[in-house]
Design a binder for this molecule. Sequence first.
Ligand SMILES: [Zn+2]
Length: 888
Amino acid sequence: MKVNLSQLLFTALTLLIFTQICAAAEMPAVTNDYYIQQEKLPVPEWLRCPLMYCRDGVLGKKHGWCTKLVEQVAENNGNLLRASVMWGGRAHYQSKVAPHTPGLKDVDNLKEAVETGDRLGVKILTYINPNCFFKDHPLFETCALHKSDGSIVKNGGYGKKDAVYVCPNNPAYRKFYKDVLTEIFTNYGAAGLYVDGLTPHVCFCEHCQAKYREMFGEDIPKKFEKLSQFCVLWEMSNEPKLVGDPADPDSKKYTAFLYKSLCEITELFTNTVKKANPEAVVVYHSWPKPDIIDLYSGTLSEIYIRKPWIHTLWKDGELASYASVFGMPIFQNVYLQHKTDAEARHKMYDALANGVFPDCWSWRGMKTVFGFIKDNAQYYDYATTEPVASIALVRGIHNDSAQKKIDLKTGFSLKKGHKNFLRIQERDPHGKIDLFCFRRDAKMPQDSEFKDINSGSSDNIIFVAAEDFVDNLSRVKIRDTKWIRKEEKDTLTGKCVYSTGHANAINKPISKLVYRLPRIKDSSDGWSLWVRVLMPNSGSDSFFWSLSTDAGRNWIPDKATQDSAVGWKINPKWMWLKATSLSAASPKRPRFLAPYAGMYSAILRSGLPVVTLHKGDFHKRLSNVNVLCLANEAWMNDEQIDAVRKFVAAGGGLIATHETSLYDSEANRRSDFGLADVFGVKLERMTDWANREIHITKKCNVTNGFNDSTKIPYDESSLIVKPTSAKVAANLYGKGFDEKGIPAIVTHTFGKGRVVYMPVRLDSIQCEKLNPQVEQLFANAVEWVSAGKIAARVKASAPVAISVSQQPGRRIIHLVNHNAPTIESYDKIEDIENVKVQTLLPAGQKPVSIKRLKDKSKINYTVDGDHIAIDVGKIGEYEAIAIELAPK
Ligand SMILES: [Zn+2]
């Protein structure tokens, strides 16, 4: 495959971490432009519109069992069966090179399946999971993972007592699977291989050590031993995710080593199959990575992620959209939550509408949906179909290592040495303080810990008694404010302190207590402060804290603010309270993924087409995007920021929320947003969370449909920003702000593009509580920033998800009916009447004919320039509208 400039750029930037450290080591060359959808991998005819049914576990142990299974697949309109032939190194067929499943006797499931499939037109995809060996496997001891002390890991693979993960760098492992695959694809007529769980592991065996030494001239650092076994399983990821701490150079080397191991075994698997039968396909469960994409014929997505999803009705469609970025056929497991036929059909249509092929695990809904697809296969043909990415939303599938580090860093830093000071100032009188606790984990202190740590501190936990303030640095008495030291029962230290005074204005305390922290061994971040307090009523429930790391020369924050207040909890008993830090972390909802899930639902439920892009490479996929949405994408690298800036300057629309671009890829906080100029604001600080309200401030396109009396309930944290060139469209009012409030929504123009930036977390709230006002605001924002370039929209009396795909000379509009409970079980999707669709055709095209694929009734439409208004009428569970196009 030829290498072009963009591919080189991709290598240089996305995999910067590897190229930096692998100068001396042999690196697999990145050869694929995988992120450009148009370059599709060639696949055989039968894989262009596959209708797959899956059966895992041991197949039958009786003659005729597999024959019956294949017959059922055919009866339910399937044309592909994924059948398990090996797990844990045991064959479910008559292998001559692998041990058999106990009780298999002379049954040959694979032979039966292939023979029946040949008769009924059902292809067989043989499933193996090579990640484990059962403990009775002859190669178990040889191939088991090794600890750094040379002992073998005997804990259960996939939680099974009798199976253990094995090391794919072991030559005996490689020979075993080479023999197995050669046997299957020489002796049986299976159409292809499906490989689950192919992954390297944290392993210190001689073969892993030798490979690491060959790459880097040193042993594998022992510190990686504490990583979890699953940290390497890059399953639903399009790139090797960094393993370990992003700031540790060894993490980058170790990740490169694991990636190289993965590339080698993937190559071995594909090459072995292809050598035995060049026609056979190889589908991998884990998503393709740049260096191995050519070894794939397809991949699969499945949902086992619960957080932050609360409303699950559109979750399958969302995942399908996230998966359908690879130039290969993609299957999606249809797992049923409510176990109804309606749910099964809904999930299948939702997957199909978003560019992937539903993969059935039960017979529910299969005959109906597969029957429809079979009759309309040309409209879903992988080889000729592209999703249209008009509105794109960026996400990662889990919190990545940088996000986790940002969360951790949300605490504060302490410097090496003895210059770390704590300052306490009065806010309300009579709240009693017993003890302070600084700590580096997220845990609440336990009273017993104080007793256990005799000296009052360890490396990661520091206790400071409230009575131990430094008299000559403190200002204990001024006017009527006085700090009292007093003996007190139920304290851990025997004494407490409290103030008699009240901060005379909200941010103007006059007294102070200053504490010297014990000597700190090494500078470190991620510290939090806890206080053991007794706050009997709302008049005595708060005080301010600040911190200095230079012996009191500078204090953070320099003035007492709500950010640095402890309290607002009343409890007549002693309790541990966490001091709010300089943080935007939401205590209520997941910080990074809840905004994403909320924004997705707001756009979808507004009848606008949204696709998801991957965090790692979204900035390289913007060429066909009109509107880019960044839902609290807190960290962005400089290249991404630059790409977004250029995208907007050239006329793209941008919607961004909260901390977007505030951190770099190593989780370091920038002095201001990386995109501050694009947003037209400057960051001032973060706020705590409280129950507040958003009020519409200004009549503009983004606030269409709202008026001055609109109040949107708000219970999240926010950022306080100052507009530099942006205009404020809505304000946040409430606790801690003056009567003017703070900006909640701003609009801006940057170059030729339009921007809506929201320092608030309305998207995060929407993840939990669906709110028509929030949906309307996001829909308005999308419409305004798009400057009229959205590919399609749907208007209906109930939520309809719209998505758009394209084929040469044809546009297809998918409508998935979401008129059903979003959380609870359902056994019917209610019809929706009077559905209207608008679509913007590609330039220079005109419609020749328009038809409904499901309900074949006639369709009325009017053409106005490049726009078509389609009167769809009533829709059932799903409808697809095919528009045949011709040049004008
Ligand atoms: Zn190993």
